[in-house]
Write a protein that binds this ligand. Structure first.
Ligand code: FO1
Length: 328
């Protein structure tokens, strides 16, 4: 497990502050890792999108939970952000040679986790229990919670028809033009144990720089989550710098939905939930328009190239968010 650097938190931050992060995808995992570096583990809960989950080759795959857990455990592939470092692909090659589907790349090391998750789910454990077990086994100290233990698969409406999320994202490389999203069964889903409890006692809720449409909105669609976030008034970090998504298709999605992609568009997307919004210095020209939404801003360097960047940004976000909650 990686060293916790909570001692590097500025002394004026309350040591007991409870922080909840909403995360999905690579950007979300990287800020979650920054938060884990600067907060004591008992003060951090990470609620993760499970709308991307799907069954593939008979295995239950949870890409965002795995990206968060591998990142926190220091095992993530630094090039892709998803999957494992030092991966090998022999099972995939053998699958391809036999005519099996190889469009979704499962590496040899990664496969072990999917096999064990699937085995445990078939034994009757729920996703929260399996995730808790994996976190313990991988030495992950903060609490990582799937948003729900119920299946709420994301569907992408496109001009070519409706596609399951991974078919759109990986198989079709986000090519078909998007017209909307659907989170199947979300209205009947229950937040997983601990989700509402963590939100209700949070001193700060951080919406990570994840895709608003397909990483954060599925979490907010789980009954009880949006009102709980709204009651705490969150701080969001922009996944967009100078109109471009740092990683992934969020910018393309905004455009196809008729919205100019920008940090301002992200702030507007979440406006009813936010006390504060963190954007890149390069986007400082947008702060007045964000203030007009009754949302305070912090302009800083939000690109996370190194683990040190993650910790520095996390510290700034916490300081900014707690300062806002003291003054509101
Ligand atoms: N993303 C890809 O673009 N191509 C892949 O082949 C792929 C495989 C994969 C395997 C395991 C895993 O946990 C994630 C994987 N991802 C892959 C990433 C994932 O599909 C997306 O990044 C997320 O669902 C979006 O947050």
């Amino acid at each position: 497990m990686k060293a916790n650097s909570a001692s590097r938190l500025p002394h004026h931050l309350p040591a007991t502050a409870q922080v909840v992060a909403l995360a999905g995808g690579v950007g979300g995992a990287r800020l979650a890792d920054g938060l884990a570096q600067v907060l004591p583990p008992e003060n951090l809960t990470i609620i993760v999108n499970t709308g991307d989950d799907f069954e593939h080759l008979g295995l239950y795959i949870c890409p965002d939970l795995d990206t968060v857990c591998y990142t926190l455990a220091g095992l993530a592939n630094p090039a892709t952000g998803w999957g494992r470092a030092d991966e090998t692909w022999q099972a995939l090659e053998s699958l391809g040679a036999l005519g099996g589907p190889t469009w979704f790349r499962l590496g040899d090391r990664d496969l072990g986790l999917h096999l064990e998750r699937t085995r445990r789910l078939r034994m009757g454990q729920n996703l929260s229990q399996v995730t808790r077990h994996f976190c313990r086994a991988l030495g992950i100290a903060p609490t990582v919670l799937p948003m729900t233990d119920d299946a709420t698969p994301t569907w992408v409406y496109t001009i070519e028809g409706e596609l399951p999320f991974q078919e759109y994202f990986v198989r079709r490389q986000c090519q078909p033009q998007v017209t909307g999203f659907r989170f199947e069964g979300a209205e009947r889903a229950r937040p997983s144990p601990g989700v509402l409890e963590a939100l209700n006692k949070a001193d700060l809720v951080v919406i990570c720089p994840s895709n608003p449409w397909v990483s954060i909105d599925p979490i907010l669609a789980i009954p009880g989550v949006r009102p709980a976030v709204q009651a705490r008034r969150a701080v969001a970090v922009s996944p967009i710098i100078c109109g471009e998504t740092v990683k992934g298709p969020a910018g393309k999605m905004f455009l196809e939905l008729g919205i100019t992609p920008s940090a301002l568009a992200v702030a507007k997307h979440y406006a009813d939930l936010l006390a504060g919004f963190v954007l890149d210095r390069e986007d400082e020209n947008l702060v007045e328009q964000i203030h007009a939404l009754q949302v305070q801003t912090l302009a800083t360097d939000i690109l996370m190239k190194t683990p040190q960047d993650r910790a520095r940004l996390a510290k700034e976000v916490i300081e900014f968010g707690l300062r806002l909650s003291c003054t509101s």
